[in-house]
Write a protein that binds this ligand. Structure first.
Ligand code: PRP
Ligand code: GLN
Ligand code: MG
Length: 511
């Protein structure tokens, strides 16, 4: 997943850039590889700053000063398609028609078909390997068909409807049309999150409007009337009006359950479910599973979370089991999230840089380490070793999510089953692969119930990483094979000149 945001201020003399930058800081946990902002100023002119790096590195004060205008779009990237190159930093821009800017969270599953269509039929030039550039150009192609001097909301809705028919996979998008306004839309299954809110303008005249991947952004920036964009719904905020339209009739909301497990901030609410509450509930359900597995009289002395994401579940679990909770791992706050770092070598090195065991909490104890998930096992394997080195007698390892055995195709970069530690292994084999005495996983139904408890109206989640069932119908065995061949660690390690290529056309990073 990535993070997107778009803001339009009622007071056209005020700059939007500072709050867009703020929004990206609040979404940094969704993407650490690249960041970008495009604003729209007087005369409908667009101003862009984007490139590889964290928000604090990309947006230096002089660069921010150059981003003028009362509306704009922001993006933080975690690459899940194409390459990690600078040129694939978002938002993307096309000049025709009207000047369009788009930030995309998610992943398209029919990129080959879209690429062919844009080349052969639409005759639109695509300059990178990014699926998001394809998405933007599909939208632009359909908007172009209106062939009008000035467009209306109806034209935009029609173009998004056409995009829905053509683009498969996951996409939560925040966009802008030069001089016109901002827009947000979510794919027909609502796989990735997107929220919308408004705030009384600082001048007291009218409202400011904002889209963001997570509600924490709108909360922090004092927006109210926050609501989820529905699956298959588009919202357009022009300088004069807010227009919403349900473009896909009767969609089935199917949010990615991994947002609740790991990706989202705990203080966000996604599709009516507080991520924090869902994690606490995961802790309760996991405690029950541990009780069922080990019986009431287990020999566990202490529960220890793996910072950061597992903390809420681990604390609740310890209370449920009547066990002591201790912060046994000290975390270096300056190292980012390791799971979303590119390349296994980097992920492996950074677990060690980030976490350190405190001997006092481990020595001569039977410990239950709790994490939110075990994916490649990069974290768990090293954590178990650290616990043993610190003198633990027995190491139990519990995961608040079920075992992950299938690739993700909707915006999480796990395309290759062979890289997943649970692939083709039973629980005993996983325990020995990560060096634990016993590993205990949450049951899938319990995970689903933990989220549904807070919004029973959600009838299905995307749980594909646990069960191999994809909510969109086009994910075939052939597709998964192609994805694995293109994006496995092995494939990425092969020299890819496109990843290093400097496509200056896209970047304006200056001192
Ligand atoms: O089995 P793995 O492949 O190691 O992936 C799972 C681990 O990665 C994530 O942590 P991360 O460090 O990314 O973020 P966090 O600090 O938010 O927990 C997640 O919380 C698990 O700890
Ligand atoms: N994880 C995401 O949402 C990434 C968006 C897009 N697929 C990219 O790779 O840039
Ligand atoms: Mg973690």
């Amino acid at each position: 997943m990535c993070g997107v945001s778009a803001l339009i201020l009622a007071d056209t003399k005020q700059p939007a850039v500072a709050e867009i930058q703020e929004s990206l800081g609040l979404l940094q946990h969704r993407g650490q590889d690249a960041a970008g902002i495009v604003t729209c100023g007087p005369k409908g002119r667009l101003y862009q700053c984007k490139g590889n790096g964290m928000v604090r590195d990309v947006f230096t004060p002089p660069r921010l000063l150059g981003l003028i205008g009362c509306m704009g779009v922001g993006h933080v990237r975690y690459p899940t398609a194409g390459t990690p190159a600078n040129s694939e930093a978002q938002p993307f821009y096309v000049n025709s028609p009207y000047g369009i800017v788009m930030g995309h969270n998610g992943n398209l599953t029919n990129t080959a078909e879209l690429k062919r269509f844009l080349d052969h039929d639409a005759h639109r030039h695509i300059n990178t390997d990014s699926d998001s550039e394809l998405l933007l150009n599909i939208f632009a192609y359909h908007l172009q068909k209106t062939d009008k001097f000035r467009i209306s909301e109806e034209d935009i809705f029609r173009a998004i409807t056409n995009l829905y028919e053509q683009c498969h996979g996951a996409y939560a998008c925040a966009g802008m049309i030069a001089g016109f306004g901002i827009m947000g839309f979510r794919d027909p299954f609502g796989i990735r999150p997107l929220v919308f809110g408004r705030r009384k303008s600082s001048s007291g005249d009218g409202y400011d409007y904002m889209f963001a991947s997570e509600s924490i952004v709108l909360d922090s920036l004092d927006f109210t009337d926050i609501r989820d964009v529905n699956p298959g719904e588009a919202i357009i905020v022009s300088k004069h009006a807010v227009t919403t339209r349900q473009l896909v009739p009767n969609p089935t909301l199917s949010p990615c359950i991994f947002e609740y497990v790991y990706f989202a901030r705990p203080d966000s609410i996604i599709d009516g479910v507080s991520v924090y509450n869902a994690r606490l509930e995961m802790g309760i359900k996991l405690a029950n599973k541990i009780r069922r597995t080990l019986g009431d009289k287990s020999d566990i002395d202490v529960v220890i979370p793996v910072p950061d994401t597992s903390r809420a579940a681990a604390l609740q679990l310890s209370q449920e089991l009547g066990l002591m909770y201790r912060e046994g791992f000290n975390k270096n706050r300056y190292v980012g999230r390791t799971f979303i770092m590119p390349g296994q070598e980097m992920r492996r090195k950074n677990v060690k840089r980030k976490l350190n065991a405190m001997t006092a909490e481990f020595k001569d104890k039977n410990v239950l380490i709790v994490d939110d998930s075990i994916v490649r096992g990069t974290t768990s394997e090293q954590i178990v070793q650290m616990a043993r080195d610190a003198g633990a007698k027995k190491v139990y390892f519990a995961s608040a999510a079920p075992a992950i055995r299938y690739p993700n195709v909707y915006g999480i970069d796990m395309p290759c089953t062979a890289e997943l530690v649970a692939f083709d292994r039973n629980e005993t084999e996983i325990s020995s692969a990560i060096g634990a005495d016993l590993v205990i996983f949450q049951d899938k139904e319990d995970l689903i119930d933990s989220c549904r408890k807070y919004n029973p109206d959600i009838t299905q989640f995307d749980t594909s990483v646990f069960d191999g069932r994809y909510v969109t119908s086009d994910v075939t065995k052939e597709y998964l094979d192609e994805l694995e061949a293109a994006r496995s660690d092995g494939a990425k390690n092969k020299h890819n000149p496109r990843a290093e290529e400097v496509i200056g056309l896209h970047n304006i990073l200056q001192a």
